[in-house]
Design a protein around this ligand. Structure first.
Ligand code: AGP
Length: 607
């Protein structure tokens, strides 16, 4: 997913756009660029592969007197990472940036080349520049050119364009994130692919629907207008006050956002039950359970999918409602069996993951009710679903998801308990809230003693491969723990059901392989025997298990002791925090870019 920021107003646009891009760098950071109208009225375009620092060095010290600027951080889809393929793409008629994929780019490229348009880059984005150029040269005005060009492109995209003649900025999207913002006091207006870029910079946010042209205009009071594709003014947008302060964009005392976000978990856990049992979340929870589904299709990607596996287990055990946990990237290609009274339940931190959005659309087309467990209010998933349960995790900047996983699972468990009637039972509500509070307390303790985990990481980070093994409800936690390590430490790690290792993978075990064994109170004996099988083959055993277990101490090379009592079904979330810290400290030993790991983006808005 790419980061987009546009600004128009009396202040220095370039600095404001660069600040916004800095905040969005976690979304995609192969290259970056800005286009602006300088104080001579000339269109300037600077772009550079590599991190934002490279662009800043290329730009030079400034200051740049500019009142209109668009900027972009890229996560490459079409075309290798180099300066030419970086955005903005521009010519004498316009400059533009893009987030998404133009699926019919090859066909359009041939048509444009036949009309004499010369391509410089390998990107699909430049096709839109070609369409705009051809339309402007035909004498269409800027908005008309956008309409005609946008109608030709297929796929999920957001475009932000700069008109060098008027210095106005335009934005339009289809199934991709786009938000506008106004700072009335400064009389300035912004566009971005993420509200987070505008934190502390605007008072009000505007979320346009698909195929709405946002016109950011200069000069008069009327800074922001919305038009449909007939160029009629439209009200097809939602607005809300910006509740994000600039502080969310700071790491505070932490070296990494990921570490800061791991430490935010206890507070977030504590506040969630209040939100849904006695706070603003009550109506959304009551609405979500107003219809009891026949079956539930839980669809998500990556970490959110693993959260879905934990939620599936909880819903099935408590409500005896069959749940199908599905990978977003597979779901729409497997011709799923969808019944009218089923529920499509989509789990997503960003609410912009293309595969998850496509699954939601398939369920909607088949007449299912759809519900999200989502972090970003106003995201595409949030707007497309019939019901939404917000996970209240706050902005998650670290590309490796941590606090969102915890909040996704807990929100899913609250939904499950509500399906089972907890809202009508004060005692049960109190018990659940007490259990959440106990979990928060135990996580606080892990964080207070995180040096234990850091020391283990320092010992084991030199090894070549890692198995995370768990049984029952710890199996999804093994999968998630392995993903964390892969993502930020760039080492091979596999999550496996403990009982499955002997069916082949155990062939990999030797004295260079680490086995992180998750040992909960459940299925204890079976899990121990699996550890023994690995130990017998000289595997290095890191055990995360109940405190004071002499047998575990004896068979483990490293033993991280936890207090499970009273947590019950919350234990896996508790264990997962240890895995988050283990991955974090191994990555620190490796010296990788923990908040912006190579090849990754915070939200994958392409299929
Ligand atoms: C998690 O650490 C990863 N960054 C990735 O697997 C992520 O969970 C996945 O892309 C889904 O993102 P979403 O929750 O925003 O839909």
């Amino acid at each position: 997913m790419c980061g987009i920021v546009g600004h128009l107003g009396p202040q220095n646009s370039v600095e404001l756009v660069l600040e916004g891009l800095q905040r969005l760098e976690y979304r995609g950071y192969d290259s970056a660029g800005v286009s602006f109208i300088d104080d001579q009225g000339n269109l300037q375009n600077f772009k550079k592969s590599g991190k934002l620092e490279n662009l800043k060095a290329h730009l030079g010290a400034g200051p740049f007197v500019a009142r209109s600027c668009i900027g972009h951080t890229r996560w490459a889809t079409h075309g290798e990472v180099n300066d030419t393929n970086s955005h903005p793409h521009s010519n004498e008629l316009l400059s533009m940036v893009h987030n998404g994929i133009i699926e019919n780019a090859p066909t359009l490229k041939n048509e444009l080349q036949a009309e004499g348009f010369e391509f410089k880059s390998q990107t699909d984005t430049e096709v839109f520049l070609g369409l705009m150029t051809v339309n402007l040269k035909k004498g269409l005005n800027f908005k008309q050119a956008i309409v005609e060009s946008f109608k030709k492109v297929e796929g999920n995209s957001a475009f932000v364009l700069l008109d060098p003649v008027t210095t106005d900025i335009y934005a339009i999207k289809r199934c991709a994130p786009l938000v506008c913002g106004i700072n009335a006091v400064q009389s300035e207006v912004f566009a971005s692919s993420d509200p987070y870029a505008l934190a502390g910079l605007v008072d009000k946010l505007y979320f346009p629907e698909d195929e709405v042209i946002c016109h950011l205009s200069s000069g008069n009071k009327n800074l922001l207008n919305f038009y449909d594709l007939n160029l009629e003014k439209t009200k097809k947008y939602k607005s809300k006050n910006q509740d994000l302060s600039a502080s969310v964009s700071e790491k505070g005392d932490y070296d990494h956002f990921m570490h800061k976000e791991i430490h935010e978990q206890p507070e977030l856990i504590r506040s969630l039950t209040h939100y849904y049992f006695a706070g603003e979340g009550v109506p959304s929870l009551e609405k979500a359970i107003s219809k009891k589904p026949e079956n539930i299709h839980l669809v998500a990607c990556g970490t959110a999918f693993y959260a879905g596996l934990v939620i599936k287990d909880h819903i099935e055990k408590l409500n005896r409602i069959r749940c199908y946990a599905e990978l977003g990237s597979e779901f729409r290609y497997k011709d799923p069996i969808l019944e009218k009274n089923d529920l499509g339940l989509f789990i997503s931190q960003s609410g912009e993951t293309a595969d998850t959005l496509a699954a939601q659309s398939l369920c909607k087309t088949n007449g299912l009710s759809t519900m999200s467990i989502v972090n970003v209010e106003g995201s595409t998933l949030f707007r497309d679903c019939d019901d939404n349960l917000l996970i209240r995790a706050g902005i998650e900047v670290g590309v490796a998801s941590t606090k969102a996983f915890t909040q996704q699972v807990l929100t899913g468990m609250i939904y499950s308990a509500a399906l089972n009637g907890i809202l009508e039972n004060g005692e049960k509500k109190k018990d659940m809230a007490a259990k959440f509070s106990l979990l928060a307390e135990r996580v606080d303790k892990i964080l207070a003693e995180e040096k234990i985990i850091e020391d283990v990481a320092k010992e084991i980070h030199i090894h070549k491969g890692y198995f995370y093994t768990g049984r029952g409800i710890y199996f999804p936690i093994a999968l998630e723990g392995a993903l964390k390590l892969k993502e930020i430490a760039y080492v091979h790690a596999e999550g496996y059901a403990s009982g499955e290792l002997k069916h082949g993978p155990i062939a990999l075990i030797d004295d260079s392989m680490v086995n992180v064994a998750l040992v909960g109170p459940e299925l204890y004996d079976k899990t121990i025997s699996n550890i023994q099988e690995i130990k017998a083959r000289k595997g290095i055993i890191v055990t995360i298990g109940p405190r004071g277990d002499e047998h575990l101490k004896e068979i483990s090379d490293y033993y991280i002791e936890l207090d499970f009592d009273g947590l019950d079904e919350l234990s896996p979330i508790y264990v997962n925090v240890v895995n988050q810290l283990l991955a974090y400290y191994i990555a620190r030993c490796k010296g990788t870019d923990i908040d912006k790991p190579r090849n990754l983006a915070k939200s994958v808005t392409v299929e």
